[in-house]
Ligand binder design. Structure first.
Ligand code: ATP
Length: 241
């Protein structure tokens, strides 16, 4: 279980995240929703040790080691950043092989064969250079690389951004199959897909959590959009009249 408690991130005078707390159970999916600049990416970067933060982040009760992305990934919190970082000069299979923990003294929760089973499109292009993949294929490869790194929790930063709807649906089908085996913390600006698999939702605006609860409470897109852009309850009532 990943527990984030009182997380704050600042960049000089900019308060990117203020006092965010949330929990991702080992078999759960949590969605963090918010508009541009809400602090979603900064939250994931803080959890994975890429930017300094205040507050605590624990995995199964153990505090994660501060600003040490490599040790945090080794502990089982694996980040798939926005922009799908893959090695363009390596083939699909080589990209997976360099990320795998198998044979490095750690338990491999997912093998390369498991990744090909979950993402069959990758299996059929295992010899292809990653530079030649489409955006959706690169996203699949980035997810595959995260899986062979043996995650207990996956941090996914806008995994559907810029993808054709059918490709984004396939990516979310994969998350559906992964749910239960890994904790999922998924950041999105567009709510529709992630609401289909999230157990819990946290809405952020201007760095602050402004709403959280079971996903069903966020099913009304108009209410959710109002929360995201900051139309208050009173304004909302006035607009309903
Ligand atoms: P987006 O969807 O646009 O990525 P976000 O919700 O992920 O938005 P963040 O990228 O975390 O939001 O940004 C939160 C705030 O921190 C914004 O005001 C942003 O301008 C600011 N910010 C982000 N990175 C930096 C940085 N390296 N230096 C200074 N300010 C930053």
């Amino acid at each position: 279980m990943l527990e984030i408690d009182g997380l704050s991130v600042r960049y000089g005078p900019v308060r990117a995240v203020e006092d965010l707390s949330l929990t991702v159970a080992a078999d759960a999916a949590v969605a963090v929703l918010g508009p541009n600049g809400a602090g979603k990416t900064s939250t994931l970067r803080a959890v994975s040790g890429l930017v300094p933060h205040r507050g605590s982040v624990r995995l199964d009760g153990a505090v994660l080691p501060g600003r040490s992305p490599r040790r945090i990934a080794r502990a089982g919190v694996v980040h798939v950043p926005e922009g799908r970082r893959v090695f363009g000069s390596l083939s699909v299979e080589e990209n997976l092989r360099v990320a795998t923990v198998a044979g490095r003294g750690r338990e491999a929760r997912f093998t390369i064969a498991d990744v090909y089973d979950l993402l069959p499109a990758l299996a059929s292009m295992r010899g292809r250079g990653a530079w030649a993949l489409s955006g959706g294929e690169q996203q699949m490869l980035a997810i595959g690389r995260a899986l062979v790194a043996s995650p207990a929790v996956l941090l996914l930063d806008e995994p559907s951004l810029g993808l054709a709807p059918s490709v984004a649906d396939r990516i979310y089908d994969t998350f559906r199959r992964l749910k239960g085996a890994v904790g999922l913390l998924i950041v999105e600006q567009v709510a529709s897909r992630v609401l289909g698999i999230a157990d819990t939702v946290v809405v952020m605006r201007e760095g602050r959590p402004v709403g959280s609860g079971p996903a069903a409470e966020f099913a009304d897109p108009v209410r959710l959009a109002r929360l995201m852009i900051g139309v208050g309850e009173e304004d909302e009532r006035a607009a309903d009249v």
